[in-house]
Ligand binder design. Structure first.
Ligand SMILES: C[S@@+](CC[C@H](N)C(=O)[O-])C[C@H]1O[C@@H](n2cnc3c(N)ncnc32)[C@H](O)[C@@H]1O
Length: 242
């Protein structure tokens, strides 16, 4: 069992996991325990119908998804990938950005979440959206990508550095990688919401609030931008591949 506390995050382990429940009664309520990926996938199968409710419950900033996709700077004909595409709530923006001549790939390992994304694709009659069920660490795109989005998914992946490494290898030079997510706000605000945030994440989305993706991205490029929303509770972080 690996306990991830804030101080440990910069030295993230590759592919660590544990079985069982996402809380650790012995070590304390605010610690984070990485979970087996099959546990995470099953959790998302059960949450699939509740994603719009969580967007509302967690005060997702208005227009957040569109703003994140905008940061990909996609143009008609581009190739884009969403890692952890879930039920497809970012797909309309991605599909619109690349247009009918472009292509969107969506990867997710939860069959329940992907089933909803597939229904959306059918309803919208998108012929250029490909949805793939697999662990993001194993996904290999059939062509170089112009943009990659982690839509509220990066901090749900215990092996996020492995996944980021793989994603980066799929990006063409000049391509953009965007991570949009929630985080603990800075200062006293963060300290105050931390116990509730950790408690809620363990019981719902399993997003590790101690992960700092912008630092992970800085291992790959020095072309990094960070935009914060809602007093730092949400962010969009972008890295450009040299
Ligand atoms: C909070 S949901 C976000 C879904 C969607 N991107 C959105 O913005 O609504 C996180 C998604 O990441 C997926 N996910 C987590 N770990 C994954 C992995 N290792 N490989 C593929 N998908 C993963 C989950 O199944 C879930 O659908």
């Amino acid at each position: 069992m690996v306990v991830r506390k804030e101080a440990l995050v910069s030295g993230v382990e590759f592919g660590t996991r544990s079985r069982g429940k996402p809380w650790n009664r012995v070590s304390g309520a605010e610690e984070w325990v990485d979970l087996d990926r099959s546990f995470i996938s099953r959790r998302y199968d059960r949450l699939a119908g509740l994603i719009p409710f969580f967007d509302w419950l967690l005060f997702q900033p208005p227009g957040f998804r569109r703003k994140a996709v905008d940061r990909l700077d996609l143009k008609p004909g581009d190739r884009a990938l969403e890692i952890g595409c879930g039920t497809g709530r970012n797909l309309p923006f991605l599909q619109q950005a690349v247009g009918p001549t472009g292509r969107v790939y969506g990867v997710d390992f939860s069959p329940g979440m992907l089933a909803k994304a597939r229904k959306l694709r059918e309803r919208q009659e998108w012929s250029n959206v490909e949805l793939i069920e697999c662990d993001a660490a194993d996904y290999v795109a059939p062509e170089p990508l112009d943009g990659i989005l982690f839509g509220l998914s990066y901090n749900t992946m215990p092996h996020h550095l492995t996944v980021l490494h793989q994603a980066w290898s799929l990006l063409r030079p000049g391509g953009r990688l965007v991570i949009m997510d929630a985080k603990l706000p800075p200062g006293l605000g963060g300290e105050l919401v931390r116990p509730f945030g950790v408690w809620l994440m363990k019981r719902t989305m399993l997003g590790n609030p101690y992960i700092r993706p912008w630092k992970d991205l800085a291992r790959f490029t020095d072309q990094i931008e960070m935009e914060e929303f809602m007093l730092g509770a949400y962010y969009v972080c972008r890295g450009i591949k040299p």
